[in-house]
Design a protein. Structure first.
Length: 403
């Protein structure tokens, strides 16, 4: 089993100190674990950018983890599959009648949809081969969230109204392609969450709290409660000239008032410490490896195996690579997965993804390590954030030694 050498820890400390001094990010944390223990967890910066009085980042600091929510929604659905309450082949329309009327877009004119040859299934929304998309054009500015996420959740039937919004004025739910034939990033994980709610008879918050968060001692929630808000890392923004500024409502966000939240977004809605997220990753690696765990496993080892197996067509894998501008990737039942070793970093069969506000994670079962990294910077694919994350990963692997 790998451990972090003394020189490896020193190298991570030097990297952290250098990055803190350069101030190219508003703040950040990096943590890593092997199957048994935490190897490293440190942070830099203050909870509110450029405000020393707001307090330093700690392991308890709370991040809006955005699309890292997708992995947890998938875990919830896979639990229900294990229990025989739903299958991967179940049509989404069995639980969400809106999906009885879906179609592939045929032109820019909104009313035109071509009927699909097959139904959208649970598997299609788990691996993002459903055809559900956020938008056909890159938003300007790039940090804008898709409008349905930030729409009001007031009144009854908020989930139905959300599903109406993703139609964008069309006569049915639009798909970018025939289900199962490609990959596109979009509303799929939100649909996974709605299915979990329908099958379990609980809200996604209630279900995940009972079956994932509480068993693992995680304070993760779809509600930004006063307790979580006290430790919340504030959002920042990078301007076009590279300058970092505080976020002051430059773009609408999801509903943050707990009393007004009616829809739990399985694709973007969770708040969590990255320390707790690392606990989840360690638990999954332990169970998959057959290690004893202190609580009942949240998934069977065979199900965890599927999290590291590519499921997309060749065309779908190319689409994942095009989205994140990285080679040798696909998507499994719950996350992106590497289809080849990344030299000096994670191995083939590693699971990973990130969040809109610049949080990241990966699990490498071949090496036996997992890691988290994050700040709270609006918009995906910030170059400085990804560069530092990449440096931390390289330093971690260079510092590993066999115990």
């Amino acid at each position: 089993m790998p451990t972090l050498s003394v020189t490896g820890k020193e190298a991570l400390d030097r990297l952290l100190a250098r990055a803190a001094g350069e101030k190219k990010l508003p703040n950040f944390v990096f943590g890593a674990t092997n199957l048994d223990d935490e190897l490293y967890f440190r942070g830099s910066g203050t909870r509110v950018f450029d405000d020393p009085a707001s307090g330093e980042l700690t392991p308890d600091s709370i991040f809006w983890i955005c699309s890292q929510t997708k992995f947890i929604s998938a875990i919830a659905a896979l639990q229900l599959v294990e229990q025989g309450k739903v299958s991967l082949d179940t049509p989404v329309s069995d639980y969400l009648p809106h999906f009885k009327n879906v179609g592939v877009i045929t032109s820019a004119q909104k009313p035109n949809l071509k009927a699909t040859e097959i139904d959208v299934t649970l598997m299609h929304v788990l691996n993002h081969s459903s055809g559900l998309f956020y938008g056909l054009e890159i938003p300007n500015p790039t940090y804008l969230l898709p409008t349905p996420y930030s729409s009001s959740q007031d009144g009854e039937d908020a989930t139905d109204r959300f599903l109406d919004k993703i139609k964008e004025g069309r006569n049915g739910i639009p798909l970018a392609f025939e289900p199962g034939t490609n990959f596109v990033y979009g509303w799929s994980s939100d649909i996974v969450g709605f299915i979990v709610e329908k099958v379990s008879g609980q809200s996604l918050e209630e279900y995940c709290k009972k079956n994932i968060f509480e068993p693992l001692g995680m304070k993760t929630s779809f509600y930004l409660t006063p307790e979580l808000k006290e430790h919340l890392v504030a959002l920042s923004l990078r301007q076009a000239d590279g300058e970092l500024i505080r976020f002051v409502n430059q773009t609408p966000l999801i509903e943050r008032d707990p009393s007004k939240v009616r829809v739990h977004f399985g694709g973007i809605g969770l708040y969590s410490s990255l320390h707790d997220y690392l606990t989840l990753l360690r638990h999954l690696l332990q169970v998959q490896a057959g290690r004893p765990v202190s609580v009942n496993p949240i998934l069977k080892a065979a199900t965890i195996d599927t999290l590291f197996v590519p499921t997309l067509t060749e065309e779908g894998s190319k689409s994942v690579s095009a989205l994140i501008v990285l080679p040798d990737v696909s998507w499994s039942t719950g996350c992106a997965v590497t289809t080849a070793d990344w030299p000096g970093k994670r191995k083939k069969g590693s699971g990973f993804w990130s969040g809109w506000a610049s949080t990241y994670y990966f699990l490498d079962p071949s090496t036996g390590v997992a890691a988290v990294f994050g700040t709270q910077l609006c918009g995906p694919f910030d170059a400085e954030t990804f560069k530092l994350y990449n440096e931390f990963e390289e330093a971690l692997y260079a510092g590993l030694e066999s115990s």
